[in-house]
Design a protein around this ligand. Structure first.
Ligand code: ATP
Length: 454
């Protein structure tokens, strides 16, 4: 086991092109990062793994891709305008700002002074002007979670798909939070992506489904290479619950900087569909008119097993952050291995479906026309398999090429040499984890790779 530090990961990410500080040439923008050539592949692979298991491999979930700009009325009825806040404290001595709930003592963590202001609530939502005149009257929020658009689209999805309970709506995409203290690399940032599922169930079946989703999500993390030993379940105590939640279980992961939330799995009850519909607690869901004066849409579903009576479903929400997932996955995969000859290598032992490059095709000699042509031909053919990115790379030094691909997690390297051209049309296939090499006919490569990535 390697004791990986955050610096190891930050350095690898920058050196190899996974993640860069955003606007870096101008000094960066705090709490904002960009994904580089390898980062974008890893992120896309991770998101498709989530989408595959959450939507395609089930028969009870639909997808959605809603807008980021959000009508303020949505976030008023959801409760975010009044309650989506963190307690902010200023240090009068060194002028730094801190989250009051993150302070361990009543002293400033930057300078040690006790001269701190009282905590005041700071709303985390970003606003932006809509339309050409920025006079404050016409604005939208950048969504602070993807969930709300799932609720506001509830009726559209039910009407267009004829879904019955239980069923879910899944969405992945950007969310924005004006965090008081973004920190720990991509762990706490101001612009990030979420992978969220809102799974609607009959009231009374919510607790059973809550547990099912906790189990389902734990199994998913394991398939992404996040070991169960590094995850602890945290039953959020009543006084810490978000305004919409009846019960929340956080999956806490042992990040390099400590044990912190990777994913939250909440029982949001009928809070959201209810508050977009009724805006008061004694509302009769069976009445024709609804008292939410801003909307005339009833976000409820008719129960065909019970006289078509209206139900506001309860909802279970597994909500994971893409950046935190990537940090956990890199942390699990990163290792330094000692080799026989007093040397060592860095290996990113990513699960193959997550690896940015699926196979690297290396010509032994970059100035041999025939070898280069053959290597390019193999690359093009393998690219057509639809498995993911294949990389042709003619740096000319095979040993260094192998090391580089170990470090970025490429599971397979394929080397084209003189034997390929002159003798038997075979190539060397090298395995990242065992470093074992074997000869294989080029004609066998497509089936070998399809099998490997199945
Ligand atoms: P925290 O307590 O760490 O601020 P949270 O409880 O506010 O997180 P949720 O509202 O439950 O987070 O959001 C669901 C998921 O979105 C989190 O589990 C996390 O993976 C991700 N997430 C939330 N805020 C951030 C952030 N600022 N940067 C990166 N990911 C985030």
């Amino acid at each position: 086991m390697t004791n990986t530090t955050m610096d190891d990961l930050i350095s690898l990410c920058k050196r190899r092109g996974f993640i860069f500080p955003s606007s870096d040439i101008y000094g960066g923008l705090q709490g904002v990062y960009d994904f580089g050539p390898l980062g974008v592949e890893l992120k896309n692979n991770l998101k498709s793994a989530w989408w595959r298991s959450t939507v395609y491999e089930r028969d009870d979930v639909e997808g959605l891709d809603a807008a980021i700009l959000t009508n303020p009325i949505t976030l008023r009825h959801s409760g975010h305008e009044t309650t989506f806040t963190d307690p902010l404290i200023d240090c009068r001595s060194c002028k730094t700002r801190h989250r009051a709930d993150h302070l361990k003592t009543k002293k400033c963590p930057s300078c040690g002074s006790s001269d701190l202001t009282e905590a005041r609530d700071f709303n985390l939502m970003f606003k932006t002007a809509v339309g050409p005149i920025d006079d404050g009257s016409s604005f939208a929020y950048l969504r602070p979670e993807t969930a709300q658009a799932i609720f506001t689209n509830f009726k559209h999805v039910v009407d267009s798909t004829a879904r019955r309970l239980p069923f879910g709506i899944a969405q992945m995409g950007k969310a924005f939070r004006n965090e008081i203290t973004p920190r720990n690399f991509i762990f706490r940032v101001r612009e990030f992506e979420q992978m969220e599922l809102e799974f609607f169930v009959r009231p009374g079946q919510d607790e059973e489904w809550h547990q099912k989703w906790i189990d389902t999500r734990l199994a998913w993390w394991e398939r992404q290479g996040v070991s169960r030993h590094n995850i602890e379940l945290y039953n959020v105590p009543k006084e810490e619950l978000a305004h919409y939640s009846k019960a929340t279980v956080d999956l806490m992961y042992r990040f390099p900087h400590g044990l912190e939330e990777l994913e939250g799995i909440a029982n949001r009850t009928d809070f959201d569909l209810g508050s977009h519909t009724k805006a008061q607690s004694d509302f009769d869901i069976h009445s024709e008119t609804i008292p939410n004066k801003d909307s005339n849409t009833k976000l409820a579903i008719q129960d065909i097993e019970n006289d078509n009576r209206w139900i506001i479903p309860y909802v279970i929400e597994p909500s994971a952050g893409v950046e935190r997932a990537i940090l956990a996955i890199l942390n699990e995969a990163y290792r330094v291995e000692n080799l026989d000859d007093n040397k060592s290598r860095i290996v990113l032992a990513l699960k193959p479906h997550l690896s940015p490059i699926k196979a690297a095709i290396l010509p032994l000699k970059r100035n041999n026309e025939e070898i280069v042509r053959k290597a390019l031909e193999i690359k093009r053919e393998l690219q057509m398999l639809g498995i993911g990115r294949m990389l042709y790379e003619d740096t000319g030094n095979i040993g260094k090429g192998y090391r580089r691909h170990d470090e970025i997690g490429t599971p397979i390297c394929i080397t084209v040499d003189f034997e390929t051209i002159d003798t038997d049309d075979t190539v060397t296939v090298r395995d990242r984890d065992s470093m074992a090499q074997r000869r294989m006919k080029t004609a066998e490569l497509p089936d070998f790779l399809k099998d490997f990535y199945r």
